[in-house]
Design a protein around this ligand. Structure first.
Ligand code: FEO
Ligand code: CA
Ligand code: CA
Ligand code: CA
Length: 592
């Protein structure tokens, strides 16, 4: 499109054209490498990966499945700690000969081991952006479905989180469906438990109407689960262990620098289908954490801590910061448009003032152990946060995925991935913040806190992008001439490069080509310039992204996840090529 050579800093690349290659396609002049993929050894005693002879014992020592969040934390001497979420497993395309009606115990235990988190030290290489895993590094770690996690904050020990195995209600085994996350300024990793509902069987057997309504609001229904874990561990059966599910759906904090540390489920940040959590310091040095609940018509949240972060790495500072996320106020967002309602007709065309924009407020739900919601205790607000937010008039959004404050400006960006049900019979219609009915391609919202303080309870907002085919009149690219932008659909994860550009990865591209990664300029005459940096293989979504001065990294999640695919008839053969089973993996890309 001729713009790449004159573009803003950070966007000096020739955009990749939409395509359906079974490959990671990068701009001309860039090289790439798979840093690590499913089954690669993390510890020295890990066997080489053989998908036809995989075991649970091997999987516990290897990189897990379906990498999503990706973070790099600095170590000494050009080394980093790479921290990665393994959101879920896809048994049908993992195991040759898999029978979905009768999974074996070994296959189920491989699934338990392939979920969770990985911490892997990596070495940067001279003269390239490649990263080499340090197998057996003392900080390498796998956390999985049977690793102990401590429940902390107001809900820890509550009767609704006590189980047969844990009558104290303080130690949960495992973390599940960890989607995206964030890194804190005090050196820890936040990871978000998203679609935990799918792991728990027999919701239909629950007769107590209050419990049934709570389960329904979180999308827990039916009898058997797809993976059938309940056949091998009673805790996944609601008829036998009704409270186990209440120990999932939290933001988890991990200290990757201490391999002996017990990770914490931070109940003060509420329980919902957490997509991600990204902190920013408030003007007075406390910490705000921005979070989305990825469901059609669910909400945007913010937590603000009671106390300030302590700087430095002293033991006192570390002990203090380890309590930061246990007490504070949890808010939910209400957004109001400034254009007359009749100009928001659901078509996605701009209203007469030329912008989808308006004002908003953060409505407090709970402060520490004090509830702001009539009829609900503080612990109930935190356990059943969706039901609390329903009561206070929060704004129903089009699937809030990643929420990311800019480290340069403090403005907060929200990926609203899509909502096919917007405007459907009986559902909420388009409003100025979610301006398209049957929203196939999603949008990106820019939020400015009052006085640029992350602790503010008022904000203004506007839509930066209304995604889709730029040739279509229902799209908007920050005011940029749409002849110069790449088509983009279904924004999911967000990240910033060192120049302050927003990078967006997509999941579910509804324009007929593969998902990918895009860079968007935010400032000056280039605002809204959107360029595609890479595309991912067949059936994959693009996750992670991490951008620094040396490299762009993504997680290629669920390659080959297409209708009807099996391990014998794979939907993709990335990254190992013809005849292989697809493997989700981490990719690094750099300028040659
Ligand atoms: Fe796991 Fe909302 O994506
Ligand atoms: Ca307006
Ligand atoms: Ca996601
Ligand atoms: Ca996604």
């Amino acid at each position: 499109k001729g713009s790449f050579s004159r573009g803003p800093r950070g966007l000096e690349f020739e955009p990749v054209a939409p395509n359906t290659h079974d490959a990671v396609t990068v701009p001309r002049g860039f090289d790439q490498q798979v840093v690590m993929a499913w089954g690669d050894p993390i510890f020295r005693d890990a066997p080489a990966f053989d998908p036809r002879r995989q075991t649970a014992a091997a999987q516990l020592r290897q990189f897990g499945y379906n990498c999503d969040f990706l973070g790099l934390l600095p170590l000494r001497g050009g080394e980093y700690l790479m921290v990665v979420n393994h959101e879920y497993t896809d048994e049908q395309i993992m195991h040759p000969g898999y029978d979905p009606e009768n999974p074996t115990r070994e296959q189920v235990e491989i699934g338990w081991a392939a979920h969770g988190l990985s911490v892997v030290a990596v070495e940067s290489q001279r003269r390239s952006g490649a990263l080499k895993p340090v197998v057996g590094h003392q900080l390498n770690r796998r956390l999985h479905t049977n690793t102990p996690f401590e429940l902390t904050g107001p809900v820890a020990g509550h009767p609704l989180v006590r189980t047969t195995a844990d009558p104290e209600g303080r130690t949960a085994l495992g973390t599940l469906n960890n989607c995206s996350g964030g890194l804190t300024p005090w050196g820890t990793w936040l990871t978000a438990e998203e679609n935990f509902n799918q792991y728990f069987a027999n919701a239909d057997s629950v007769t107590d109407p209050v419990t049934a309504a709570r389960l329904a609001r979180y999308g827990v229904s039916g009898t058997e689960t797809d993976r059938k874990w309940e056949r091998f561990d009673d805790r996944f059966d609601l008829a036998k262990e009704p409270n186990e599910i209440n120990r999932f759906g939290w933001i988890v904090e991990v200290d990757p620098y201490d391999p002996e540390s017990t990770p914490k489920k931070r109940t003060a940040l509420g329980r919902f289908k957490h997509e991600a959590a990204q902190p920013r310091l408030t003007s007075d040095g406390r910490v705000a954490v921005y979070m989305g609940d990825d469901e059609r018509f669910d909400y945007l949240y913010k937590f603000v801590s009671d106390t300030q972060m302590r700087k430095g790495n002293s033991r006192k500072a570390r002990e203090h910061n380890a309590q930061l996320l246990d007490s504070g106020t949890l808010y939910v967002a209400r957004l109001t448009g400034d254009s007359p309602a009749e100009q928001i007709d659901g078509s996605g065309r701009l209203p007469r003032d030329g912008a989808f924009d308006g004002a908003g407020e953060w409505i407090p739900l709970v402060s520490g152990t004090r509830s702001h919601v009539p009829g609900m205790t503080a612990e109930e607000v935190l356990l059943f946060t969706r039901l609390a937010a329903d009561q206070v008039g929060a704004t129903k959004m089009d699937r809030p995925e990643d929420v990311e404050p800019s480290p340069v400006t403090g403005k907060v960006y929200v990926a609203l991935t899509n909502n096919s049900n917007r405007g459907a019979a009986g559902a909420a219609r388009a409003d100025e913040a979610n301006p398209r009915n049957a929203n196939k391609h999603g949008h990106v919202l820019e939020l400015t806190e009052r006085h640029e303080d992350a602790a503010a309870t008022r904000f203004s907002w506007n839509l930066l992008l209304v995604c889709g085919d730029p040739a279509s009149p229902d799209t908007y690219f920050g005011g940029m001439d749409k002849r110069h932008v790449s088509p983009i659909s279904c924004p999911d994860n967000l990240a910033f490069d060192p120049y302050g550009n927003l990078w967006i990865s997509t999941d579910g591209n509804a324009l007929g080509s593969h998902d990918g990664l895009f860079a968007v300029a935010l400032h000056g005459r280039h605002r809204g310039l959107t360029q595609q940096f890479l595309t991912v293989p067949r059936g994959a979504e693009t996750c992670g992204p991490h951008i620094d001065r040396s490299r762009v990294m993504v997680c290629v999640q669920h390659p080959g996840e297409v209708d009807g695919a099996t391990a014998e008839a794979p939907g993709s053969t990335w990254p190992d090529g013809p005849g292989s089973i697809p493997r989700p993996g981490v990719v690094s890309v750099w300028r040659r």
